[in-house]
Write a protein that binds this ligand. Structure first.
Ligand code: PLP
Length: 417
């Protein structure tokens, strides 16, 4: 099928939820994607943080094939060995005790919200008074289902679906005084992304996360870390909260967990898990043998290929190059992020849009988040030569787009000067 035929069919049969690039992708290998005409694209977005081992990684393909011929799905009415094996690996790396598996980020986050309410009810720690408020962050993104949306601050996602779940207050990210002023004993949980992704690649400060940890303890509330985008190695540690020396009560993961198959998980403590009984929560597909087996292969590969130190090294090399670029381009207003989760803020949304387009024309995939921020989420296996290529292309694209962004009037006055 040609690109045009696919575009026409989608325009007729799909809900118009996505604004896709006019590229028909066919296959992938390593850090490259290939379109139907055989053109290659260097992928510095990884399917928005999913394809952390790139494409066609042999360990992932082997796990996929081995399991697919034996069992794909069985329902959660029966046992298979992969769910508890995966839970054991995830609890070891997170410092938590138990896992529940689902199919996506937003479902993991819904489970986190439900656990928080159930825990508050079961403990009755506010002496019979209500304890169901959530605190969430300004600029947050937790997903598109109703609970996740209610704790997501961006108005354009919320407004069309109002009214949302009540009882959520938003706190200025990294503002300890604002956090203190909004906390009380009615709060059942505080939600945050240790590195905000859709909010423009902003890392939580150690001071704020530690204050969040101690305030949640003081008020008998749970601390939920949404690691769906920043977790599972992306920042050079298994979890981004590990940069701040705390452990949350609940952690959500998804995106890279099963290397491209849909799988999410919520991880929590023994104490929280005691409020859950059979039948209270569940899912048809979550934690199936295929997705869990691939996820085990993903985590084993991270360890076997020593990818965490590689992410730290490649990430700091990349960030240094971006900072050097900032010194040459006044239109770069900030460079931020951790590990291989980096953002470059540009002076305007139009400029950011033009740079993303220019890179795509050069065969490089990145995207724009929070309007003005170029987002880089390359596969963990990325090498310096690929980083160099992206930085060089960025240098050229920013020079060209900044020059062509000069208005005709400004150009005229420049020329006549
Ligand atoms: N939480 C965070 C931090 C995310 O970045 C995302 C997706 O981008 C989600 C939750 C929702 O995940 P999903 O799209 O798999 O539902």
């Amino acid at each position: 099928m040609s690109l045009t035929a696919v575009q026409q069919a989608e325009a007729k049969f799909l809900l118009p939820t996505y604004d896709r690039n006019p590229i028909l992708l066919e296959r992938g290998e390593g850090v490259y994607l290939f379109d139907a005409s055989g053109r290659s694209y260097l992928d510095f977005l990884s399917g928005i943080g999913v394809n952390a081992l790139g494409y066609s990684h042999p360990a992932i393909l082997k796990a996929l094939m081995d399991q697919a011929v034996r069992l794909i799905h069985i329902s959660n009415l029966f046992f298979h060995p992969a769910q508890s094996q995966l839970a054991k690996l995830l609890t070891r790396i997170s410092g938590l005790d138990r896992a529940f598996f689902c199919n996506s980020g937003t479902e993991a986050f819904e489970a986190a919200l439900k656990l928080s309410r159930a825990y508050a009810q079961a403990k009755n720690s506010n002496g019979g008074r209500p304890k169901w408020r959530f605190l969430a962050m300004e600029n947050s993104f937790h997903g598109r289902t109703f609970g996740s949306l209610a704790t997501t601050s961006t108005k354009k996602y919320r407004r069309p679906f109002a009214p949302l779940m009540p009882g959520v207050s938003f706190v200025r990210f990294n503002d300890v005084d604002d956090l203190k002023s909004k906390f009380d004993d009615n709060v059942c949980a505080l939600c945050l992304e240790p590195v905000q992704g859709e909010g423009g690649i902003r890392a939580v400060s150690k001071k704020f996360l530690q204050a969040a940890r101690s305030l949640t303890r003081k008020h008998g509330a749970l601390l939920i870390a949404d690691e769906i985008q920043c977790g599972l190695g992306r920042t050079g540690k298994y979890f981004a909260y590990q940069h701040c020396g705390i452990t949350p009560d609940i952690v959500t993961v998804a995106k890279p967990l099963a290397a491209g198959l849909p799988l999410g998980a919520v991880l929590t403590t023994e104490a929280v898990s005691r409020c859950i009984h059979p039948g209270m929560h569940g899912t048809t597909f979550g934690g199936g043998p295929l997705a869990c087996s691939v996820a085990i292969a993903f985590l084993e590969t991270l360890e076997r290929e020593k990818l965490l130190p590689h992410i730290t090294e490649a990430g700091s090399y990349f960030k240094d190059q971006l900072i050097a670029l900032q010194e040459r381009h006044p239109s770069i207003t900030d460079v931020r992020g951790l590990g291989l989760m980096l953002g470059v803020e540009l002076a305007s949304a139009d400029l950011a849009k033009a740079v993303v387009r220019a890179l795509l024309n050069e065969g490089i995939i990145i995207n724009r988040t929070h309007e003005t921020v170029l987002r880089f989420l390359p596969p963990y296996i990325v090498q310096k030569k690929e980083i160099d290529r992206v930085v060089k292309a960025l240098d050229g694209a920013i020079s060209e787009t900044s020059a062509s962004a000069v208005t005709p009037a400004a150009r005229h006055s420049k020329e006549s000067a």
